[in-house]
Design a protein around this ligand. Structure first.
Ligand code: HEC
Length: 155
């Protein structure tokens, strides 16, 4: 009976340890920001890499709209793929530890949505469906910008 109680205590302690380790990994390198968002603390190079990625996403979004308005679906596909999952290979591994897990999820989902736009353009050749999917993808831009900033770490 006593042993049983002891093992439950052990289970509880282990659960807390595992939860704490998991939390540290998923929470990323963040600090509260005075504008109410979370500041993701990065090196200069990491921040520049991500901001460049962002500018590519903006370029892709405009490229998709311009091409869809002219029903040029090859150009839609090209613009969408420039921001799809394949481009993720350019992202340095060190960022993985610093970016909070919800932010990573939103980022990957955005890339998947760009890939989805390319698939839609190839399949339906329907510019209104392409624009609709882009609009849905851009809800991710809004959601993430509302929550996070990229701030350079000072040493
Ligand atoms: C997973 C989070 C996330 C998503 C999704 C996201 N962004 Fe960003 N973006 C950021 C953060 C964080 C910043 C830096 C904002 C800051 O520090 O104030 C940023 C900055 C930018 C910038 C400024 C770049 C610069 O050079 O300063 C642009 C442009 C931009 N994002 C475009 C987009 C577009 C377009 C989308 C959607 C297609 C998008 N972003 C989706 C997180 C995200």
């Amino acid at each position: 009976m006593k042993n049983c109680k002891l093992s439950w205590i052990l289970v509880a302690v282990l659960a807390i340890v595992v939860a704490a380790l998991g939390y540290k990994f998923t929470v990323g390198n963040v600090q509260p920001s005075d504008d109410g968002r979370q500041a993701v603390m990065l090196s200069k190079d990491e921040r520049n890499t991500l901001l460049l990625e962002m500018r590519v996403w903006l370029q892709s979004s405009q490229g998709i709209l311009a091409a869809a308005s002219e029903k040029d679906f090859d150009a839609v596909i090209k613009s969408a793929q420039a921001s799809g999952m394949q481009a993720e290979a350019d992202t340095p591994g060190s960022l993985f530890r610093k970016i909070p897990v919800e932010m990573k999820a939103l980022g990957f989902d955005t890339r998947r949505k760009f890939d989805d736009i390319a698939v839609e353009a190839a399949k339906s050749k329907d510019s209104s469906l392409v624009v609709k999917k882009l609009s849905m993808a851009m809800n991710n831009c809004i959601a993430c910008h509302e929550m996070y900033r990229f701030v350079e770490e000072t040493k």
